[in-house]
Design a protein around this ligand. Structure first.
Ligand code: ZN
Length: 55
């Protein structure tokens, strides 16, 4: 009898933590409200100045 090993699809996404391309620290989503830029931004945890709009 032939037993075939089926490729099991990994459920869910890989929980890969985004890191700052500048200093390598973790970046987190920060919501800016009020004056200035509004919306969700990726901000470096070490506040090296890295900031990226999520959408
Ligand atoms: Zn950084």
């Amino acid at each position: 009898m032939a037993t075939k090993k089926a490729k099991t699809a990994i459920k869910g996404g890989v929980a890969e933590k985004p890191t700052c391309p500048d200093c390598g620290a973790e970046i987190r989503v920060v919501r800016y409200t009020g004056f200035g830029p509004k919306g969700l931004f990726w901000v470096c945890d070490k506040t090296c100045g890295y900031m990226l709009r999520t959408r």
